[in-house]
Design a protein around this ligand. Structure first.
Ligand code: EPU
Length: 299
């Protein structure tokens, strides 16, 4: 029996061979490949053990906000879409057990309603909770890692494990506990009490992002990590005069230089070329080697 027909027998796994994957990343680079959508942790455990037996490589996409995909993906693309009853967020709790596929925007709406202290740190970050935890996403206000008590993870063998978060679990845009091939499936989050000023803080921050970032364009968020808290990649690229520079259908955003916009039907190769041009300019100009924030997987 083929791998796909075995996968389609798993309850909660939906198989879509040879799909257009363009819409699975916010940058919308042209991409095709085989896709599996997962509805539950149980389904993912079974899928992982099957993939492990058949030695099939895979790649997980959350909201695809900080990720780009190759034109042709050899790896199986796994998209988590766990069932979640949103009435869970109708009341304020001390702790929340949340699925990895939940959008941060839903959590921001919850924080706005109840004024949860700490939850302003991920305002406007376009990500699923799992993706945000994986890269310790954040803003100038802080990082999501500071709000996580524990993380549930499915291993490549299809086992579920729990990681208890400590002060060493995260650093800037990085986690230090997800091993190769593991997938974050959920997390326990907390807050630091409530404060009536939080909703205003969140609204102001959303306005700041709207004013300073090209939110209505096809992009993958900030492309490079800031080399230092006070040395921002956007400012450095801007100072080199690269704002507005285009390569094919890609453009360094005229609004924020650490964003690359897809103006049409750009692809992975063009993205790589533009990134390499920016990197070598940065190296020559400042002698700094830039680290990518956006995840670029191997084919
Ligand atoms: N700046 C420029 N030119 C530019 C862009 C920025 O001079 O083209 C200057 C700004 O004027 C400001 C400074 O650089 O003085 C910092 O800019 P900004 O406030 O936009 O912050 P950032 O460090 O560029 C970080 C995160 C963003 C997050 C913003 C706002 C990183 C790599 N980026 O950007 O996160 O939204 O703070 O909190 O840490 C992302 O991670 O994908 C992302 C967009």
């Amino acid at each position: 029996m083929s791998l796909f027909s075995e996968i389609s027998k798993i309850d909660g796994c939906l198989v879509y061979p040879d799909q257009d994957l363009t819409k699975f990343t916010t940058m919308r680079l042209q991409s095709r490949g085989d896709l599996v959508e997962i509805k539950s942790v149980e389904a993912l455990k079974k899928l992982m053990s099957l993939l492990c037996e058949s030695k099939k490589n895979y790649l997980v996409v959350g909201w695809g906000a900080n990720q780009i995909l190759p034109s042709l993906c050899d790896n199986l693309i796994i998209h988590l879409d766990f069932d979640f009853d949103s009435s869970y967020l109708d009341i304020q709790r001390d702790e929340y057990f949340l699925p990895a596929s939940l959008g941060l925007n839903q959590l921001t709406n919850h924080a706005l309603k109840f004024g949860l202290v700490g939850w302003e740190v991920f305002t406007g970050v376009p990500a699923s909770l799992g993706g945000a935890i994986y890269m310790n996403a954040g803003t100038n206000l802080g990082e999501i890692g500071s709000l996580i008590k524990s993380v549930h993870i499915v291993t490549p063998k299809g086992e579920l494990r729990e990681e208890i978060i400590t002060s060493k679990s995260f650093s800037y845009r990085k986690n230090h506990f997800v091993e190769e091939g593991e997938i974050i499936v959920g997390a326990v989050m907390f807050h630091n009490g409530t404060n009536s000023e939080i909703p205003q803080k969140i609204r102001e921050y959303l306005e700041y992002r709207k004013k300073t970032q090209p939110l209505s364009t096809k992009n993958c968020g900030c492309v490079f990590k800031n080399p230092h808290r006070d040395l921002q990649a956007g400012r450095l690229i801007d100072l080199m005069g690269l704002k507005g520079v285009t390569l094919g259908e890609l453009r360094i955003s005229p609004k924020h230089a650490n964003f690359i916009e897809n103006l049409g039907h750009a692809n992975w190769d063009q993205f790589q070329s533009l990134v390499n041009i920016i990197k070598s300019n940065m190296d020559c100009f400042y002698g700094i080697e830039f680290e990518l924030e956006v995840k670029i997987p191997y084919h």
